[in-house]
Design a protein. Structure first.
Length: 263
């Protein structure tokens, strides 16, 4: 840079993602997205990039959410994709098509996809490669199934991360978001303990920093993520992957305020 400063020293934005899963119908989702867009337009931190905000609606609502958030910094992602771009895959969605309709991110490896739809490590590996191949930022979910010591949880998450990255086959990831979601905390009243999150996030960050295939990465926390966590965790986490606590847009606005205060 002309003034001698290094752009790489600029603070990394706080990343806030919201997955709506299949809780809301299309009309309600689009109405929610319009409110989120209004918040984003009025928030300096979102407009200026200090807070990165993305939303993941159900597939039928993607087009409406894209329209509702047009002209804002809100990114729109999908909750799933197939590992092939074209072929006889009834009911599946192509990463190529997701990119064409304006998605910039896609979720890969969520615990519910594993448990309810039988996705295994090989499936996650192939889907991650499909996301990267199509220029989509993967939001890769990792997390242990049961409450175990933090060191064991970190080991489990590192194994999942390593397995997912093994399918890159020479590709590089310009942007990777790893969502640490301990399965036992998803949908519960409270998130995992702070010290537990810190330990697992540190292990994931160290592993990503040492991987030449990954240009830029963020580690965010999901699993009953809610207001107050960012302040409590400080710089130990790069953001939050929110669920039901962000369905109420005033609550989401307060979490954005909290994220902005850290930058």
């Amino acid at each position: 840079m002309a003034d001698g400063t290094d752009a790489r020293s600029a603070p990394q934005p706080v990343t806030l993602g919201v997955s709506l899963k299949l809780y809301l119908d299309v009309a309600t989702t689009v109405g929610w997205a319009r409110k989120v867009a209004t918040i984003a337009r009025g928030h300096t931190a979102v407009r200026g990039g200090a807070v990165r905000l993305f939303v993941m609606p159900s597939l039928p609502a993607l087009a409406g959410v894209r329209e509702a958030t047009a002209g804002t910094s809100v990114e729109v992602g999908a909750q799933n994709l197939h590992w092939e771009d074209r072929g006889p895959y009834t009911g599946e969605v192509s990463g190529t098509d997701l990119r064409t309709i304006g998605c910039t991110l896609v979720e890969v490896g969520h615990a519910e996809r594993r448990e309810l739809f039988g996705e295994d490590d090989d499936t996650v590996r192939r889907k991650l490669a499909a996301a990267v191949r199509n220029g989509l930022t993967p939001v890769l979910c990792v997390g242990e199934n049961d409450p175990i010591p933090a060191a064991d949880a970190a080991s489990r998450c590192l194994d999942e991360l390593e397995s997912a990255l093994a399918g890159l086959d020479g590709m590089r990831i310009d942007d990777l978001i790893v969502a640490y979601e301990p399965v036992w905390a998803i949908g519960r009243p409270a998130p995992a303990p702070t010290d537990h999150i810190r330990a697992v996030a540190a292990a994931l960050r160290d592993r990503l920093a040492a991987d030449d295939r990954v240009t830029a990465s963020s580690v965010i926390y999901g699993g009953s993520a809610q207001r107050g966590m960012l302040s409590e965790l400080g710089g130990a986490i790069d953001g939050l992957f929110l669920g039901r606590f962000a369905h109420d847009t005033p609550s989401l606005a307060r979490i954005i305020d909290e994220a902005a205060s850290l930058r």
